[in-house]
Design a protein around this ligand. Sequence first.
Ligand code: PMP
Ligand code: PLP
Length: 538
Amino acid sequence: YANEKLADAVDLTHHLSELSKRRKTSPLKGMQKYMTKPGTLMLAGGLPDPSYFPFASIGGEAMAPDSYALTTDKPSSSGPLSWLWNIFGASKDKTTPIVIPRFPTGPNELSLADSLQYGPATGVALLQQFIHDFAERVYQPGYKNWTTLIHVGNTDGWSRCVQTLCNPGEVILTEEWTYPSAVALAAPYEVTPVPVGMDAEGMSASSLEDVLANWDEAARGAKRPHVMYTVPVGQNPCGMTMGLQRKKEIYEICVKYDVVIVEDDPYYFLQEGAYVPKAERKSATVQDTQDGFIKSLVPSYLKVDYQGRVVRLDTFSKTIAPGSRLGFFTCNPVFAERFERQGETTTQRPCGFGQALIGQLLTKQWGLDNYVRWLHGLQAQYTARRDALVDGILEGFDSSLSYSDGSYFAAGLPVYSCFLQRGARKKQLGRVLSFVAPTSGMFVWVTVHFDGLPDVPPQDDPEAPRDHETRLWVRFAEAGLLVAPGAFFASTPAIPRADRGHYRIAFSMGPHETLKKGMGIFTKQLQAYFDDALARGA
Ligand code: PMP
Ligand code: PLP
């Protein structure tokens, strides 16, 4: 990797917010260089003596990195708890003990004395090194002086971005359907979204150019946005995957209009590829090479970032566990320094127990190659789950009434349409449901076509929902199925349309049978809702 040949990041200091510029370096920081000097007597900081930490050691049992096969088939397993492991196709045979002692047992060893202690906001050194090596191997940023910095998950990462890059009253570019917590986080800072249109690859480059080129400050009541929030892989909620070419186009537009791209990418390793209908699907075992897996993934925005204008947010939430509360930035050193200052006065270093356990797992137990192998196994698991859920939807309709309707999204993905049949003569009525099977992430995003349905009649209860989307959502919930209503994900209230409803359906949890059962309820209640509404209107 020819890092040395690349140029440094351009100067993007002018993107820093007033708040961020007001952050001073802590007066205690000057002490830090002496803290690591061997032999120094440390009587300055209020560091509790490690012998007072009530844990002599911590530990657990780590799964083998190849616990999940690289196939969409479920391998059989035996032994205690095999029924549970069988559900997910993992083998319980190969766990190994993991122990972190109070004091290091040698150089380059993790210890509680270090990880549970106060220390720089950059976190435990070994984990810091691992994160840097990982980013270099997988993302290969397009400039020289990029850096990584640990954070407390992408929620924390995005929170630091908003405070570091945005001033009150500013607007940010987002996909028109986006992750609601990202919007909710920015709102109290008086930072609001400007929706950019989407297509089969997520954010549309032409729509972005259109928004930026025709920005009318007076009409919009805000300066042209200089920050973008985007979820390019497993787009939440819509499930698209943005290819390299689109990323290049969007990046060039961001260079032209001087926009910083915040790439929130929790689903990067869950790239499932195109859905193949059940009848045509062949089970395949993929060859186990780490480099092959990494090459098969669409590159991050970092790869095209020759100026240092991408802040990439990675999280261990979907690759280890959400409760890890660990993740990291990859970005230019100017932004990283401000993020670090912010960390010093808010979260400090992430929880030491988590850093110790995850640090030991990644750096000692597994190592980089094995962690990549683990990620590869997860990809296979999520692919099988995506398939099970999409199968369940298509099977919920008569097969002649649910099919790819011949239309294709730009990325060459078929649009599935499902139709309603009614009456003794099985008269085929209009399309009620359409979706594109997701190519990454954890969610299927469906569109319900309410056009053609009579308006919702007046209700006795004035509190009762008046829109079809909410009414159908309540019907699902009453029937025992909870999905997320589309309106939650609208970046602005102007995005949803009355004649269309959307639902985000997660395939991330539970046995495949549960996914199928859930889609049984979904398709049945959907059709019953249309039957009832049409009968009422007739
Ligand atoms: N407040 C005071 C007065 C302190 O002395 C310290 C720790 N030295 C803190 C806050 C930091 O507390 P915490 O480790 O819980 O963030
Ligand atoms: N960003 C997106 C797009 C997400 O979908 C999620 C989780 O659902 C998060 C961030 C939250 O990540 P974390 O657990 O790292 O805070």
